[in-house]
Design a protein around this ligand. Structure first.
Ligand code: FMN
Length: 311
């Protein structure tokens, strides 16, 4: 394979291709080794990790909808120490980018998580999940307020030299303002975006379908909305954007690239077919070659020129 065709850069990470397994849908990576060699994809993002293990929300935690999935997992995870001790060593010989998704309830927790991760050479990047309640601010989400995004990102930036990606919530007044806050605080990239608040009802009981009542919508239903967020952010933001939302086909990957994504993450599609990410890499190579596109990077943002003040 022509290495230059698909390679893409996110901060310090030179990814062999732009396809990344999305947080919460790719386990801790090792679960997917039985479906395809992890080396074939650009990288993966772990399930969100916190300082202590979490049990998550009451069942049911997943509800299928006609065009997507509502989940309320509640950030269940094994805890950072168990990941570093038991999982990370198993990824030692695997040539793919390992990105650790972290979340906390205070700025100090995010910083402590980043400090722990920073000591491990095998970890290539950190993705901050800021769609979490900030207990110091009465439970408002970190990701809603550009000033809070700046505060948490800059503190984490001081704690690590690893590639720092801030994963934005789509539920903000201005995606541009939030992305610019992350950029000015030292983020290397932004992931756009997390899930959209959603609900479903069980007509037998007359109550909500999910144990936690509400959840986050993902899958093809959200693609057009998230695509617009990527397009809007690309016009103003200088750092790379990772597009994530509803990617199923190679055409979806290309759409995100044209809108401005330097890489993409595949989430819900891996639940339909766990080989999706691997298949997309192969199909992307064929798609570009068949159209005489020399480099994936040439597509990025081709729908729009960046405004001169941001370059
Ligand atoms: C079951 C499930 C669990 C998720 N867990 C996390 C998580 O722990 N941290 C995070 O940042 N995003 C999490 N996400 C969000 C995904 O990474 C992704 O942003 C979202 O699902 C949109 O992409 P998709 O439409 O391709 O699934 C989760 C999504 C799903 C469906």
């Amino acid at each position: 394979m022509n290495k230059r065709l698909l390679s893409t850069r996110i901060g310090r990470m030179l990814l062999k291709n732009p396809v990344i397994g999305a947080s919460g849908t790719f386990g801790y990576g090792i679960e997917y080794e039985r479906f395809f060699p992890l080396e074939r994809i650009g990288g993966f993002v772990t399930k969100g990790l916190s300082l202590r293990p979490r049990r998550g929300n009451p069942a049911p935690r997943i509800k299928e909808t006609p065009c997507g999935l509502i989940n309320s997992i509640g950030l269940e995870n094994i805890g950072m120490d168990a990941f570093l001790r038991s999982v990370l060593p198993r990824l030692e010989g695997t040539d793919t980018a390992v990105i650790v998704n972290i979340f906390g309830t205070t700025v100090d927790e995010y910083v402590e998580l980043a400090e722990r991760v920073d000591r491990f050479r095998r970890i290539d990047g950190i993705e901050l999940n800021i769609s979490c309640p900030n207990v110091e601010a009465g439970g408002a989400e970190f990701g809603k307020d550009p000033l809070v995004v700046h505060a948490v990102t800059s503190k984490v930036r001081e704690a690590t030299d690893k590639t720092l990606i801030v994963k934005l919530s789509p539920m903000v007044t201005s995606i541009v303002d939030v992305a610019l806050s992350a950029q000015s605080a030292g983020a290397d990239a932004v992931s756009i975006a997390n899930t959209y608040p959603a609900m479903a009802f069980d007509l037998e009981s007359g109550g909500p379908s999910l144990g936690a009542k509400t959840g986050g919508l993902s899958g093809p239903a959200i693609k057009p909305m998230t695509l617009k967020l990527v397009y809007d952010a690309y016009a103003r933001v200088r750092i790379p954007i990772i597009g994530v939302g509803g990617i199923i086909t190679v055409e979806d990957v290309v759409e995100y690239a044209i809108a401005g994504a330097s890489a993409v993450q595949v989430g819900t599609a891996s639940f339909i077919n766990p080989e999706t990410a691997d298949t997309l890499v192969r199909q992307l190579e064929e798609y570009l070659s068949a159209r005489g596109v020399q480099r994936f990077r040439a597509l990025v943002g081709s729908a729009k020129e960046r405004c001169p003040s941001s370059v």
